[in-house]
Design a protein around this ligand. Structure first.
Ligand SMILES: Nc1ncnc2c1ncn2[C@@H]1O[C@H](COP(=O)(O)OP(=O)(O)OP(=O)(O)O)[C@@H](O)[C@H]1O
Ligand SMILES: [Mg+2]
Length: 508
């Protein structure tokens, strides 16, 4: 009894990795013309389900019907040929190629003789039609994550995908970018295509989806029409208990200015100056939040402070010492910890085990090494201790860290940095992509650092995260400080205006 309104049906799908069931008896139905939200904790099996549909994995058991027909996609290419494409949680673009070249890459119908100009024109038109503007001639590495994501979606549209799977797309977007993406998603659904939307943010699920399916421990635990689903009920379905996010009280013990950034200037990627004379102080026991639309100098500011890019002028002072020109290793020695935005790109070594990754920054010191010798047993012991303390789930001995789910990667990264006992913790979007329970855990971790007297610089485009953790907030716009205020005066409206370029402060 094929139901012609269904695009895809999963019945009792199983998928195990090394004996651990990532999908266990999953039932899932995707209709044509709907936005279908997929919810579940970190490690619940959402990406696995999506990857089966996209042809990256093959199920171990169960039935997979595609437009009513039993189907197996052997490769992502197969899936794409049938009209199923996925934007992965970790992007897969070739960063030295241009946007247009990435669209053409591996395209079955494109011969060698399509001109660069034609390609770029196609990309521009498609971008306009679907509200996904991006410069077709730009190289991927020059783009912000939000722009890279648009390229990923355009790539699927260029191949005429009927089913688009977006695995946590909003985790890398600003609220404004997310709203634009939702419009695009609704447009795709209105055209009769199907969109799978993975997100941890219940208000987004409420806003954009027609239906929702909830996974827990690899199994389907429920589903509903979104209009009938209360966020509180969905949260309980996901984690099996009621949740409270931590609340932040004013820290009475704000101390000395640990980190002083004075008139800092840092170059950007395209030769322009990305940070244009920024000054602020972060005190011991304080969280300073930096907000702004992605691409307004946040990345370069972080690079300039941690030593990944030498500032062109201005100073960075740590505990009274001028560290402006110091390299990363020397700054780590002096107590600078950094949680980057891209976990697998910069933060973690994807091919090493979780234990080795956890020891990665401390390895030059005892007890990890004694002279030139690395103590393997210490890596193991400390690793096990931290995996337990930070509740990093899904770790299996000897296997590379890249196999962990997104949220657990983030916990591993934070654990490693926090265990250095930093004086300054610089964190970019630390709860991005985390489920409600893990968000609770990571927020508590950051607040615990603050209570210990660490100076925390929180750089985030997520206003929920920023307002939940910061004592003071500063807004960056086009490389300058547009405004700054105590957190209790920072309403989303006021921040939104500043982020959009309404300055309260004359840039120096
Ligand atoms: N290729 C793989 N090899 C080994 N284990 C894997 C692999 N992919 C996923 N897993 C494991 O399967 C489980 C489900 O992972 P999955 O990535 O599907 O979770 P998720 O719901 O997408 O989580 P998140 O919200 O953190 O992204 C996890 O325990 C994960 O570690
Ligand atoms: Mg995932």
């Amino acid at each position: 009894m094929a139901d012609s309104t269904l695009a895809v049906e999963f019945r009792n799908i199983d998928k195990a990795f090394y004996g651990v069931k990532a999908n266990d008896n999953v039932d899932f139905q995707l209709r044509k013309g709907e936005v279908h939200a997929l919810l579940g904790e970190n490690g619940a099996g959402k990406s696995t389900l999506c990857s089966i549909l996209a042809g990256l994995y093959r199920p171990d058991a169960g039935e997979f019907l595609f437009e009513g027909q039993p189907t197996v996609f052997k490769t992502p290419k197969d899936a794409l040929a049938a009209g199923v494409g996925m934007v992965y949680q970790h992007f897969r673009l070739v960063s030295n190629l241009t946007v247009a070249e990435n669209l053409a890459l591996g395209h079955p119908k494109l011969g060698v003789n399509i001109s660069q100009a034609e390609l770029e024109e196609d990309a521009r038109q498609l971008g306009e039609e679907y509200g996904l503007p991006v410069d077709p001639a730009a190289r991927i590495w020059q783009l912000s994550v939000g722009e890279q994501q648009r390229v990923e979606i355009l790539k699927l549209l260029y191949r005429q995908a009927k089913i688009l799977i977006l695995d946590e797309p909003t985790a890398v977007l600003t609220p404004q970018e997310a709203q634009q993406l939702f419009k695009t998603m609704r447009q795709l659904a209105a055209e009769g295509r199907s969109v799978i939307f993975v997100s941890h943010k219940l208000h987004e699920v409420k806003q954009v989806s027609d239906r929702v399916t909830v996974l827990r421990d690899g199994t389907t635990v429920g589903g509903a029409d979104t209009a009938d689903a209360e966020p509180r009920d969905l949260a309980r379905m996901m984690v099996g208990r009621d949740l409270e996010l931590p609340t932040r009280d004013a820290n009475p013990d704000i101390g000395e200015a640990t980190l002083i950034v004075d008139d800092l200037r840092v170059a950007g990627d395209r030769g322009l100056e990305a940070v244009q004379g920024v000054s602020f102080e972060v005190h011991s026991g304080e969280v300073l939040g930096i907000s702004g639309v992605s691409g307004n100098g946040q990345r370069e500011l972080a690079y300039g402070i941690v030593g990944l890019r030498t500032p062109t002028s201005g100073t960075v002072t740590l505990d009274g010492e001028d560290v402006t020109a110091m390299n990363v290793a020397d700054k780590i020695d002096r107590g600078v910890a950094y949680v980057p935005q891209s976990r697998l790109g910069m933060g973690l070594a994807p091919g090493l085990t979780t234990e080795d990754n956890l020891g990665l920054k401390a390895y030059r010191k005892p007890p990890y090494s004694n002279g030139p010798m690395l103590a393997a047993s210490v890596f193991k012991e400390k690793g096990a201790e931290w995996i337990d303390r930070y509740d990093i789930r899904g770790v299996r001995p000897g296997l590379p860290i890249r196999l962990l789910s997104g949220g657990n990667l983030q916990k591993a990264l934070l654990a490693r940095e926090v265990e250095l006992n930093p004086k300054v913790l610089i964190a970019r979007s630390p709860t991005r992509g985390l489920d409600v329970g893990a968000t609770e855990a990571v927020r508590n971790l950051v607040l615990a650092e603050r209570a210990k007297g660490t100076a925390v610089l929180l750089i985030s485009e997520d206003l929920d995260e920023l307002l939940a953790l910061s004592d003071r907030v500063l807004v960056l716009y086009e490389g300058k400080v547009a405004g700054r205020m105590p957190a209790d005066e920072a309403t989303p409206e006021r921040l939104g205006l500043l982020m959009a370029g309404h300055k309260e402060e004359a840039g120096t």
